[in-house]
Design a protein around this ligand. Structure first.
Ligand code: SF4
Ligand code: SF4
Length: 407
């Protein structure tokens, strides 16, 4: 594991951080046994930055991380969590929420405390509530060691926030597809020049950049002299930037963890050649032409009052077009139609109420894109297909039961 020193905090941080937002799941909940094993194993292998937040895993991530970090693991990591602006309506809320977080995380201090998912609007709201006074107080009494913010707004708002206070660090969405979105490369360089540490997130853009690529993209990767997986190209591109201290990865699969560790061992700053950077630029351009929405799967738009699984619906659309995922229709039937149990969460349930729109950090025009999803994945025969699948599943379960030996 390589470490980069964040000058603003004096910490030597592992270049790979563990984001506790996409942990392995079992029966709809965190698979605690497997996720505990994974996180502790990464710490044993040298990772020292763990990131969580109130909304991850429907509010259960912080408590889980608190349990994982027992048995001496807490002292071996820098722990990050965040103040959710959407739950913060008074100055008192800030102290109350931080107090609850310390309790859930079983600690007396947060090493890296962030204002979560800032944009121009929620920043103004927090400023009016005296969030800077809150942070100063929390740092002074030791509940918070380093204060920063994560960001999903416009570049101009990003610069204004950077300039407003003596932040130690910021966390930005950074990957080769989004170089010119949100803070982007210009924001990264701006914050770094002001002395802020940089935590990168969404390096694989919700996993999309690590999957089997579209044939047009694969043709470009195949031109590379050194052959690498799509995930390795994406991660090396991030760590190529010397300004990035930690790249957060929402890991949940042992093979991916191993691959991430190998790359984190090898990827040095400024190590990609000009020809390799040009290759990545061409891949980004090709992907941009293929995607139907900018959804990263962050799930901030949920819950939808009509029950639409927004990231699931948008994900199958992007996978179908950008990744040529032949199983996209089947995945939609499996996970969204309700044929396999649970209520339907299909795109056509959208009532266009607009609740999700201000929550989306990528400004995806969600109801419009859902119309495309409905027309591409549902169609007039969808109810019949769903009924057919339901019967198939019943039959399969009946057969499986009959095949079981008695007792
Ligand atoms: S606009 Fe549609 S998807 Fe968004 S919250 Fe309303 S019903 Fe749900
Ligand atoms: S639609 Fe927006 S908020 Fe919802 S998952 Fe996608 S990027 Fe996140």
């Amino acid at each position: 594991m390589q470490y980069r020193r964040m000058e603003s905090t004096g910490d030597e941080l592992s270049v790979l951080g563990f984001g506790a937002m996409r942990l392995p799941r079992k029966s709809g909940r965190i698979d605690e046994e497997r996720a505990t094993r994974q996180i502790r194993d990464t710490i044993d292998r040298g990772l020292n930055y763990i990131d969580t937040a109130v909304p991850y895993h429907m509010g259960t991530s912080e408590s889980f991380v608190g349990r994982v970090l027992r048995d001496g693991y807490r002292d071996r990591v820098k722990l990050a969590t965040k103040l959710p602006p959407w739950l913060t309506n008074t100055r008192e809320d800030m102290d109350r929420i931080l107090g609850e977080q310390l309790e859930r995380l079983r600690t007396d201090h947060i090493d890296y405390y962030l204002l979560h998912a800032l944009n121009g609007e929620n920043w103004d709201k927090l400023l009016q509530l005296d969030v800077l006074g809150f942070l100063e107080g929390a740092v002074a009494d030791g509940r918070v060691v380093n204060a920063g913010f994560s960001f999903h707004g416009s570049l101009s708002d990003f610069k204004a926030i950077v300039d407003r206070w003596d932040w130690k660090f910021c966390q930005i969405q950074y990957n080769y597809l989004d170089e010119r979105m949100q803070a982007g490369t210009e924001g990264l360089e701006y914050a770094a020049a002001k002395g802020l540490g940089i935590i990168a997130m969404e390096g694989l853009r919700g996993g999309v950049l690590g999957k089997e690529p579209h044939p047009d993209v694969k043709a470009i990767w195949d031109e590379a002299e050194v052959k690498r997986s799509p995930a390795e190209w994406a991660l090396r591109w991030i760590w190529n930037r010397p300004e990035v201290h930690v790249n957060l990865s929402g890991m949940n699969d042992e093979a991916h963890i191993d691959e991430n560790f190998r790359i984190a061992d090898e990827a040095l700053p400024n190590s990609l050649t000009d020809a390799e950077l040009e290759l990545v630029r061409r891949v980004a351009e090709t992907y941009r032409g293929l995607m139907k929405s900018d959804c990263t799967g962050c799930r901030y738009c949920l819950p939808c009052p009509a029950g639409v699984d927004i990231p699931g619906c948008l994900g199958v659309l992007n996978n179908k077009h950008a990744l040529k995922d032949k199983s996209a229709n089947l995945v939609y039937m499996f996970f969204n139609s309700g044929a396999f149990g649970g209520p339907p969460s299909v795109a056509s349930l959208c009532t266009e109420c607009g609740t999700c729109l201000p929550r989306c950090p990528q400004s995806v025009p969600i109801p419009d894109v859902l119309k495309t999803v409905a027309s591409e994945f549902e169609g007039p025969f969808f109810p019949m297909k769903r009924a057919f699948f339901k019967q198939m599943i019943r039959f399969g379960r009946w057969r499986a039961k009959r095949g079981q030996p008695d007792g």
